[in-house]
Design a protein around this ligand. Structure first.
Ligand SMILES: *Cc1c(COP(=O)(O)O)cnc(C)c1O
Length: 359
């Protein structure tokens, strides 16, 4: 199916005011955004318009009861300057998995992708060229019925915003193993990228920050025994040369970077396990000197090295970051695939290609 997306361009671009070398994450947005409305069972009013405020009723259902989901993805430039997406169809599928859990309507994959291509093609000059920089893309869907009362909304808005980020060189993070709060429980909404999950994480994160830690390491909700995620990233451990990541169990967000890393490791013949991993197994490996590396994975940072983990009274100091060879190899592999230095044998790279845009 082909979609008719109307275009209202900005009168003058804000791009000349932006310095790509000093952009704070998440505060600068490109000239345009995509907007669509869901009503009477169909997506309508598809348009690309200047980025800016939208008006909402104070009794907008999403504000009160939280039917709101999002995605986070990136477009980058290849080394010869072509704009590229990384596994965009995975994000199209995941927003629909989130939508299904939150009783929200499906966004047809071809609509999601067409909106994405047209928007990023139009604002492609906003993609910063330097390595490690990217155009961050934020698809968002939320309820728009105007009433009070907990119910499934019958109308929604789907939007896509973009903005330049980076260069992003995350410093190694210190993690605090959470022993009181949980991010998600089996049967809950942990697998959905839905707004409330992030609201729920703020207080534990603030408490960890007050103790000098960057992020919380989330444990399973039943026993506080098995590792789930860290902050808003999936997590990997390298123990005695073997890579281990918690198996997704319904409470863990199914990261696309996580999936990418698993495929790269398998392709390279590096032993990797997805399974239950207890914090006590990690502590034991640490004490035996076998905890080689720990890193988080997510679209924003790609890989975040971990320098320290605090579990009760035990402070686990990681080996020097320069020795974290797996983390380094993966980051380089993903960067080289995106820049076109490496041939994309996985079919993960999708060139940005707008079809016709009607004025
Ligand atoms: C988005 C997210 C991730 C990482 O997912 P990617 O697809 O790799 O960006 C991990 N955990 C949580 C809680 C997230 O919201």
């Amino acid at each position: 199916m082909s979609y008719n997306i109307t275009l209202k361009k900005v009168e003058s671009s804000r791009l000349p005011e932006v310095d790509f070398d000093t952009i704070p994450f998440g505060k600068t947005f490109s000239d345009h955004m995509f907007v669509a409305d869901y009503k009477d069972g169909a997506w309508t009013n598809l348009e690309i318009i200047p980025f800016g405020p939208i008006s909402l009723s104070p009794v907008n259902l999403a504000l009160h009861y939280g039917q709101s989901i999002f995605e986070g993805m990136k477009a980058t430039l290849s080394k010869d300057g072509k704009p590229l997406f990384f596994r965009p169809e995975m994000h199209a599928k995941r927003i629909n998995a989130s939508a299904a859990r939150m009783c929200m309507p499906d966004i047809p994959e071809d609509l999601f992708l067409e909106a994405l291509h047209q928007l990023v093609d139009l604002d492609q000059n906003w993609i910063p060229p330097s390595e490690g920089s990217a155009l961050y893309i934020r698809p968002l869907m939320f309820a728009t019925d105007e009433m009070l009362g907990v119910k499934v909304s019958s109308t929604y808005k789907f939007m896509i915003m973009t903005g330049p980020v980076g260069p992003y060189y995350p410093k190694p993070v210190k993690l605090l193993v959470e022993s009181h709060y949980v991010r998600a429980a089996k049967g809950g909404v942990g697998e959905a990228k839905t707004a409330g999950n992030y609201a729920a994480s703020l207080l534990p994160a603030r408490k960890a920050n007050e103790q000098g830690y960057d992020q919380v390491m989330w444990m399973d909700s039943a026993e506080f025994k098995y590792v789930q995620e860290v902050g808003t990233m999936n997590i990997f451990f390298v123990i005695d040369g073997k890579v281990i990541t918690p198996a997704t169990d319904g409470a863990i967000l199914k990261g696309i970077t996580r999936n990418t890393i698993l495929q790269i490791l398998k392709a390279k013949g590096i032993p990797v396990e997805e399974r239950l991993l207890s914090i006590d197994e990690i502590a034991a490996a640490y004490k035996e000197g076998k905890l080689d590396e720990v890193f988080g994975s997510g679209t924003a940072a790609v890989i975040a090295n971990v320098s320290e983990i605090k579990y009760g009274d035990l402070v686990m100091e990681m080996k020097p970051i320069e020795t974290h060879r797996i983390a380094h190899m993966i980051k380089k592999e993903i960067t080289d695939l995106r820049s076109g230095v490496l041939e994309d044998t996985y079919n993960w790279i999708v060139p940005v290609a707008a079809k016709t845009v009607t004025a």
